[in-house]
Design a protein around this ligand. Sequence first.
Ligand code: B12
Length: 210
Amino acid sequence: MDDRLTTAVEQLNEDKVLKLVKQRLQAGKDPAYLQEQIRLGMIKVGILYEKGEYFIADLIMAGEICKNALKLILFKPENQQTSKKGKVLLGTVQGDLHDIGKNIFASMIEADGFEVIDLGIDVPPEAFVDNAVELKPQILAMSGVLTLAVESMKKTVDAIARAGLRNHVWILVGGNPVNRDSFKYIRADAFTNYADEGVAICNNWIGIKI
Ligand code: B12
């Protein structure tokens, strides 16, 4: 396998990352495949940070490189259809400032024809609730990368239930700390570690409706 793109991300070599992405897009490579190679590079950056070989400045640098590379890969829908499939309320949960994965999911689901209301990062449960009451989305999607995100996701689901909305909105959670066990604890309706799978789940729900 050619993992030069993953290695360039790991080495924080922005020029090389952007050059390889452009070259591969021109050669007709699948953007999803390129995205995955970048994600693997980011995981390696995280490992070097854990080992003490990279520092916080390197994480910031990695984030910038990743965002710039994704600008080349992610796209907006060509035909801005006026009637949308459904409304997705999205945010990175309280305490977590990571937004790259969230932005990938936002871009993919928007391109698939959904309306996305992105509340940004570090979103407290009350903000999810207030916006859900006002905007009546069919889907509430939460992103988190830190371990502490699991607790924030649970608090958000609890707050949605207290507001009487639990049976009126599908809840999807995504990001690295989400797995079968944490999903059960959070009590969402579905979880995934992949943005494209998240899009498929939302399409399925819209077919069922609440
Ligand atoms: C870049 C980065 C940063 C950047 C983030 C920039 C940004 N704008 O997002 C900055 C510098 C801000 C940062 C800060 C910190 N970070 Co940081 N960071 C990373 C790094 C290297 C990459 C994360 C990333 O963007 N990955 C690429 C994206 C594409 O992957 P992803 O987020 O997993 O998203 C994919 C899927 O999960 C999924 N997905 C994600 N969300 C959603 C949502 C839905 C609905 C769906 C369907 C799918 C989905 O789709 C995406 C595409 O497939 C990771 C390493 C790693 N292993 O992840 C550490 C990492 C997450 N950070 C870590 C830490 C410790 C920190 C800090 C605490 C460091 C510090 N001492 O200050 C702070 C915390 C700040 C905070 N409160 O959030 C730890 C987390 C440890 C833990 N388990 O909690 C990691 C794992 C590094 C490590 N190995 O130690 N970080």
